[in-house]
Design a protein around this ligand. Structure first.
Ligand SMILES: Cc1ncc(COP(=O)(O)O)c(C=O)c1O
Length: 377
């Protein structure tokens, strides 16, 4: 049990021992399958934790100039970049930061390929395998009209000369069976290019650290894929799996009001600014010691301090009535949270802390007015 009184509120709290447990499992997959696994920064870019991640993983997958720079500066090692489009302004500086660059279209390859090759970057193309493994539409990159990746018909005659890699990202919080179907689709639709390539990046969405995930099946699927294409380096770039269930967002009750018969607890943390997937995906965040309405006697609507009418986290039932100043702990709030936050309404940004393996808590970052001011002009 963490003593939340020692933390600023609100605060993201990463538990280092849980991160290490995930990394050990991921490393086991890496060792047993012979694949390379890198961290997708879009999910988890808390750079104070990079030294631990770097004990297990060789590098990062970046999706923008800023992420590539963060990877080079704070992680080192291998930097693989993929973005849906590069700009002529950014591209030259990307060449100094990355080892591999994947292009999202043949036109982007035509615009920037020569520059990348003369900087000795290994280049790849992102393809769309057209599979349907993701239920939530905004996270499914494989629709027929998706802008993400090149459809098979555009490369029916093979990849252009100079391309060494195939990049595909088609999964989100998926099981090992989905990885198997992804590989089958890659072989079926892009099998003709594989003999000419050096690497194949199977993207993210392989949620191997979720309890119940069939890790042995994943290892098996990856191993047999490698056996069929022994000349290829196989890469996975999960994000969620690395930071899955590694910590909390600790917050406090600021006020308690009743409107239209609903008891509302106003918190110092916001759905829209601090846990946007609650509204975007949407999903129900897990709250420590709370349950669905009706399952415990005291139900409250947990809501944020912004002026957005819909800044509502959800309805939760507790054993005791809440009081102003009580701590509310949201579980599994490390991946796709602090990378997505905004300072909308100027709401206070959660601090960032680490519960180290020896039990010590270190607050690694607190935000202030200057952080808000410096985002604007
Ligand atoms: C290209 C690419 N790679 C990797 C990832 C990481 O996926 P996940 O965090 O679900 O493992 C994403 C997520 O959107 C992505 O778009």
């Amino acid at each position: 049990m963490i003593d939340s009184a020692t933390l600023p509120s609100p605060c993201y709290l990463l538990e280092a021992s849980k991160l290490r447990k995930n990394l050990q499992l991921i490393d086991q997959v890496q060792q047993a399958s012979g694949c390379t696994i890198i961290l997708a920064l879009k999910a988890f870019a808390m750079w104070s934790a990079f030294p631990m991640v770097g004990e297990y993983l060789l590098g990062c997958s970046a999706s923008s100039h800023n992420e590539a720079r963060l990877a080079r500066q704070h992680f080192g090692g291998h930097v693989h970049l993929y973005a849906p489009a590069y700009s002529a302004t950014d591209f030259p500086s990307l060449l100094k930061l990355c080892n591999r660059i994947s292009f999202n279209s043949l036109s982007q390859w035509q615009s920037f390929g020569k520059q990348a090759l003369s900087a000795h970057i290994s280049c790849g193309l992102r393809v769309n395998p057209g599979i349907d493994e993701v239920e939530t539409d905004i996270y499914n990159p494989c629709g027929r009209e998706s802008r993400l990746g090149i459809p098979p018909e555009e490369v029916a005659d093979g990849f252009p000369e100079g391309i060494e890699g195939l990049h595909v990202h088609a999964l989100c919080e998926c099981e090992a069976d989905s990885t198997q179907r992804l590989i089958e689709a890659v072989e079926q639709k892009f099998g003709h290019v594989l003999p000419y390539l050096k690497w194949c990046n199977l993207g993210g969405g392989h949620l191997m650290t979720r309890s119940g995930y069939d890790v042995d099946h994943l290892i098996d699927v990856l191993k047999t894929f490698r056996q069929r294409h022994p000349h290829l380096e196989i890469i996975l770039e999960p994000g969620s799996a690395i930071a899955w269930q590694t910590g909390q967002l600790v917050s406090s009750v600021l006020d308690l009001i009743e409107r239209g018969g609903i008891h509302i607890a106003l918190l110092d943390t916001s759905a829209t600014a601090h846990m946007p997937d609650v509204l975007e995906m949407p999903y129900r965040a897990e709250v420590q010691n709370a349950d669905f309405p009706g399952n415990k006697p005291y139900t409250y609507r947990l809501a944020g301090p912004s002026c957005l009418a819909g800044d509502v986290i959800g309805d939760y039932a507790f054993n005791q009535p809440l009081s102003v100043g009580d701590t509310i702990i949201f579980e599994d709030m490390i991946h796709y949270t602090m990378v997505k936050t905004t300072m909308f309404n100027g709401v206070s940004h959660p601090s960032i802390a680490i519960l180290h393996e020896d039990g010590a808590i270190e607050v690694v970052r607190e935000f202030n007015y200057t952080d808000y001011e410096m985002r604007l002009s």
